[in-house]
Design a protein around this ligand. Structure first.
Ligand code: DGY
Length: 322
């Protein structure tokens, strides 16, 4: 029997690419170039499976019924770049890579929180610019993180990993907003309280950290109105998806002093970043580093291949999302 034909759209960890080569007729992307929409459309007619990631828009035009494509194994937990409705309609199965990146993504969220609260990015820029002339009692005074209140939006695996760090590492008080009710023992494990609505939480928290999915349902969840409900001394942290925050409204709130600062790892139109944010000292900006550790990127690749293997062995992919 011929091996299934598989396209991997970006350069993956070597060991995972070797694993793919052993079982599939695989086309890799050694130059790590982004495939055009036309390439992806053509690939749907030529390959049995595509293994894309967040930089590939897999819309309805790629997923038209009647192509060769049967399986999409996303390299990443977030899959708002894939039109799962169109995939379903075309009978194409989609999987993602949950669990393996929860700790590292929460680490980056906590890094951003500390960076903005303690003015770490600003301090480093100050020192590297040769402006530091020694210790002063009033220099670069930030906000205390330990004991502060954090609001966590979305209490899945990454939200809980953030609560673990915030509560057990920094003694923070944790409030949680989640679409469905969270079991009381799960909340108790992080000393957390679930609020009835996001609006209710906004005026109470020192830090608001986003861990909900992206996509149409959560587009601009944090908009100008909700930003205005936050306290002017509060900080917003986004490691979820760029579209969850109205970036223009955020820049306006920061410029007007209606918010103390923001830490962002994701953006509405990556790799573009709203110009005004780039010049603000109270904003920490990272280039979508949430899952960027060797261990996690290997694990994401292996998890995607586990799903691919299951699909072509006639089993249910363990991380099927459509
Ligand atoms: C994820 O896994 O969702 C990361 O953001 C990379 O796509």
């Amino acid at each position: 029997m011929p091996k299934p034909k598989v396209l991997v759209t970006r350069a993956w960890p070597e060991a995972v690419e070797a694993r793919l080569k052993a079982s599939y007729e695989v086309t890799l992307t050694p130059g790590d170039v982004i495939h055009s929409a036309a390439d992806l459309r053509a690939a749907a007619g030529e390959y049995d499976a595509i293994l894309p990631t967040v930089t590939d828009r897999i819309g309805a035009e790629v997923l038209a019924p009647g192509g060769r494509l049967k399986f999409i194994g996303n390299y990443g937990v977030g899959y708002s770049h894939i039109d799962t409705g169109a995939a379903k309609a075309a009978g194409i199965v989609v999987s993602n890579t949950p669990d393996v990146l929860s700790d590292c993504t929460a680490d980056i969220a906590m890094t951003l929180l500390l960076m903005v609260a303690r003015r770490a990015g600003e301090g480093e820029r100050f020192l590297r610019a040769g402006l530091w002339d020694g210790w002063r009692p009033g220099q670069l005074i930030g906000r205390k993180v330990s004991g502060a209140t954090i609001g966590i939006v979305g209490f899945g695996r990454i939200g809980q990993a953030m609560a673990q760090r915030a509560h057990h590492g920094f003694g923070m008080k944790v409030q949680v907003q989640n679409r469905s009710p969270i079991a009381s023992e799960v909340l108790a494990a992080y000393g957390a309280r679930q609020v009835a609505s996001l609006d209710e939480m906004l005026s109470e928290v020192d830090f608001l950290s986003l861990h909900c999915p992206g996509g149409a349902a959560n587009r601009h969840l944090i908009d100008a109105r909700r930003l205005s409900l936050m306290r002017p001394d509060a900080f917003l942290i986004n490691t979820a998806r760029g579209e969850v925050v109205d970036e223009t409204a955020l820049a306006e709130a920061l410029a007007a002093g209606r918010l103390a600062g923001a830490g962002l790892d994701v953006y509405e139109e990556e790799p573009k970043v709203t110009e005004a944010l780039l010049t603000m000292e109270n904003v920490a900006l990272l280039p979508h580093l949430g899952s960027a550790t060797r261990e996690t990127r290997d694990a994401m690749g292996n998890r995607a291949v586990d799903n691919l293997d299951a699909f072509f062995a006639g089993r249910e992919p363990p991380d099927r999302v459509a």
